[in-house]
Ligand binder design. Sequence first.
Ligand code: DHB
Length: 399
Amino acid sequence: MTNTTTAVSRRSALALGGSALALGLSGLTAQAQQVVKVGLILPMTGPFASTGRQIEAAAKLYMAQKGASVAGKTLELVVKDDTGTPDVTRRIAQELILNDKVSVIAGFGLTPLAMSTAPIATQAKVPMVVMAAGTSIITDASPFIARTSFTQAQSAATMGNWAAKNGVKKVVSLVSDYAPGHDSEKFFAEAFKADGGEVLQSLRVPLQNPDFAPFLQRVKDAAPDALFVFVPSGVGAVLMKQFIERGLDKSGIRLIGPGDITDDDVLNGFGEAAVGTITAHLYSAAHPSALNKAYVEAFKKANNNMRPNFMSVGGYDGMHLIYEALKKTNGATDGAGLVEAMKGMAWESPRGPISIDAATREIVQNIYIRKVEKVDGELYNVEFATVENVKDPVKAGRK
Ligand code: DHB
């Protein structure tokens, strides 16, 4: 009797357990079908943390505005800190793909981080959305890469043309000694010389912990019309401080460059000495469109009054690209299909009109010439000329 009872209860317990298990499994299956994970790998700590902070904030703002539901799926963002170290970026990408089963990897705050991870995207056939890094070669490193940030060459070549046509005859260039610095140096010089300019010296400073002082002394001695500078986002503040300390702001040498140097994340702390700096770049928080005004306001509101910079729009637009690609595939997450859907996409960003070149998966965007001015007591890059639909010069002829 006892045995029977036990047997019965054991059977019902088993049955119950079985159905509970079945329920649990079907629940899990349904969930697995619905959630689409995006792995966002960024430098959240270390010298390039401002890039991580800006892009994470922008990606989260996009999701808060549009909702997490897209094409019948629930989008989930998994944010990881790679500390700006290439080996760590690659390892995190592998883990996200193998363990977390992310459908897209995104972020990539610096060129070496994107380059170390490109082979993983190719092997795993997972789309890789580059939201920050800017060396031209990146989109050629994998057919699964699409870029929503910029290329240094877009801004540097535009600056070279503008400077030569606007009274700048002799320049010294000063760049961080790594790939985007080399691109900046090369594409500025090519464009500047083609329009009659002369580059007196091309100086390179270490990427990590740069001391600009000895280089700035050489610039002062060379007495060019302008100093062309590229340093990555976040490093501009150190350069500007030393530029002023050495009295270069009063020496008549104009400061020019791609807009990384007058990054909106740090610009307002530069003081009066920054006023008049002319740069060519893709985004200014002062871009005078209704969409951008709403973007800046929402971004500041959600982030303790932090001003969005050019990195942030790479994150915001990167999320847009992922959302719209998923809509086009009706929620299908096959990597090749998603990348195909991204090709040729065009939309209005807070920076202005942009598109993803179908042949190269590279961003095409306006590059604005801007001057640092004080507006309502704050320093901004005020746009005063526009070169429309700039392609990466390296890929301009590709179809
Ligand atoms: C890169 C990083 C930056 O912070 C920047 O402003 C431009 C380029 C890069 O490593 O590609």
